[in-house]
Design a protein around this ligand. Structure first.
Ligand code: UAG
Ligand code: ATP
Ligand code: API
Ligand code: MG
Length: 477
């Protein structure tokens, strides 16, 4: 219980516990149960259930009225904080035994962490990855449900990594993760900020609260760590305001410690100048130039040799579902991209529009997720219709909401002059097929929002669905 912040104890303080849990349904004999106040329910309601299943220690914000003899009750100021510290202690503080780098920001976390994983693998190291797409313990892959998993899951995998000799781990740190203290108590060697734009205001309520939440990752860094930020982002320097860590910056436009310049942009890659050296990357778009210079800077700060980093960057491939494209026999280009925020959608469409050489059409298929920030919907509707020649609004994981209602909220953002460009087809498969039927040679189809996802979630039910496979099949047909 070292470092959890105990305010009262009732019972034997020397109790030995088997495992730590925060879900009463998983508790077994001699386990500890941490009660957490959630958004839907309150873990304190399940203390009796946990004891019934064998819990011998209860960690809670408020001691229950009913105290059972032989059970140790520990009162703490915050259950989420206690869970994070206990999870780390339980596994022997694994984050101290590898170099852990956290990446935060609205967009680019999966791209930056996955590319850093690949780069360090290519450099010959054993590497770990905790990302939206998957968890990797060197070469072994595990599925994941969250961008930043709960503290127990994080520490379980960090422990597995240290057991097989992983030296570097790259981890996405989401704002939900920070707010719910999932990454607290971890020893970071460095942290990277990508950018900040509109997302998750349903959860954080204000943009300032969302920004300050991301900043906490940097506030908590030790002096020995590096804090790497995007100087071109309006909030880049805000992240570094109160950090003790070594401050470093990267940019395309501003005068930063690490600078990149785009010399040429094509569908199959871009020519960049980083630190006075030219390099060709298969990843395109300004946003990827930012991701690549961030990776270059992080690899340098972690001690790799500069020319070696540049050589390895030029070998990196697109991350699954991020600007994943193919060109059909009829010369129609289909791009699948995980753009699910207004900024990402704008960036991807800007990049696509810079690739146009003549009067080819850009046809966009896009939806917005259910049970997520509703205020993104009209904005994304506006961007898609303004920046494409034809748009099809469709469903993207409606979850518990009505897909028709979500689409109507997207339509509300369409300016009258763009209304004729818009079609709404709820069924995503039909929407993709329609886009493929509308396309003529040289046209570009963008399918945005789901990227690597292999399902469509409606009312708690996940049905297999893969944008890339769908568009490949439709264009073959
Ligand atoms: C909104 C949100 O983040 N919710 C997370 C939160 O759930 P919650 O607060 O609703 O929990 P709750 O259901 O009220 O339960 C409270 C406590 O009671 C316990 N309980 C509950 C029932 C029971 O019988 N016994 C019991 O002990 C629960 O285990 C929990 O500890 O805590 C849970 C446990 O850690 C998370 O799984 C859950 O993520 C949900 C599923 C989710 O969808 N989260 C998304 C929004 C999310 O976190 N996304 C970010 C990425 C965002 C991005 O950057 O794009 C991510 O990092 O993945
Ligand atoms: N540096 C960047 N700046 C702006 N947009 C980006 C950047 N990198 C990627 N994108 C866009 O955002 C989309 C999502 O990228 P990525 O999956 O890397 O972000 P993320 O931060 O991991 O998202 P999530 O919050 O869902 O985990 C990409 O498909 C692309 O359209
Ligand atoms: N990490 C993001 C992913 C959104 C992806 C989109 N396809 C959706 O399901 O809304 C979130 O949970 O808000
Ligand atoms: Mg991600």
């Amino acid at each position: 219980m070292y470092g959890v912040g105990i305010s009262a104890v009732n019972g034997d303080t020397n109790v030995l516990v088997n495992q730590v849990h925060f879900d009463s349904r998983k508790v077994g004999m001699d386990d500890a149960f941490v009660a957490i106040k959630g958004l839907v329910t309150d873990g304190h309601k399940y203390i009796q259930n946990a004891i019934h299943q064998g819990a011998v220690a209860i960690v809670c914000d408020e001691l229950p009225e009913l105290i059972i003899n032989g059970v140790t009750y520990v009162k703490v100021s915050n259950g989420n904080h206690a869970l994070a510290i206990m999870a780390s202690n339980y596994y022997g503080v694994p984050s101290k035994n590898l170099k852990l780098v956290g990446v935060t920001g609205t967009n680019g976390k999966t791209t930056v962490t996955s590319l850093l994983y690949s780069l360090f693998k290519k450099a010959g190291y054993k590497v770990g990855l905790i990302s939206t797409i998957k968890i990797l313990v060197d070469d072994t892959e595990y599925p994941t449900t969250h961008t930043t998993p709960d503290a127990l899951t994080i520490n379980t995998y960090l422990h597995k990594m240290t057991e097989v000799g992983v030296e570097y781990c790259f981890m996405e740190v989401s704002s939900h993760g920070i707010h719910q203290k999932r990454a607290e108590g971890l020893f970071f060697t460095g942290a990277i900020f990508t950018n900040l734009s509109h997302d998750h205001l349903d959860y954080h309520k204000t943009f300032a609260a969302y920004r300050d939440c991301k900043k906490e990752l940097f506030d908590g860094l030790p002096k020995s760590a590096f804090a790497l930020t995007n100087l071109d982002d309006k909030n880049g320097m805000v992240m570094l305001q109160n950090t003790k860590a070594k401050k470093r910056t990267y940019a395309l436009k501003s005068f930063a410690d690490y600078r990149a310049q785009i010399l040429e942009n094509q569908i199959n890659g871009q020519l960049l100048k980083i630190d006075e050296n030219e390099l060709w990357s298969k990843l395109i778009g300004d946003f990827n130039a930012y991701n690549l210079v961030a990776i270059y800077a992080a690899a340098d700060l972690l001690g790799l040799e500069k020319l070696e980093i540049l050589r390895l960057i030029s070998e990196l491939e697109n991350v699954d579902g991020r600007f994943q494209y193919f060109i059909s026999k009829e010369k129609i280009t289909a791009i699948v991209d995980y753009a699910h925020t207004p900024d990402a959608l704008k960036n991807v469409l800007t990049t696509i529009n810079t690739l146009r050489t003549g009067n080819e059409n850009v046809i966009t298929v896009v939806g917005c997720g259910g049970d997520r920030d509703k205020s993104k919907r009209p904005v994304m509707g506006h961007i898609a219709s303004e920046m494409s020649n034809q748009v099809i609004f469709t469903a993207d994981n409606p979850r518990s909401e009505s897909p028709t209602a979500i689409i109507e909220e997207m339509e509300a953002g369409v300016e009258p002059q763009n209304a004729k460009k818009v079609l709404s087809i709820e069924n995503r498969r039909q929407a993709i097929r329609t886009a493929c039927k509308l396309a003529v040679p040289n046209d570009i189809i963008l399918i945005a929002g789901k990227g690597h996802e292999t399902y469509q979630e409606t009312n708690g039910l996940r049905v297999d669905f893969d944008d890339y496979k769908e568009v490949k099949t439709a264009l073959k047909g």
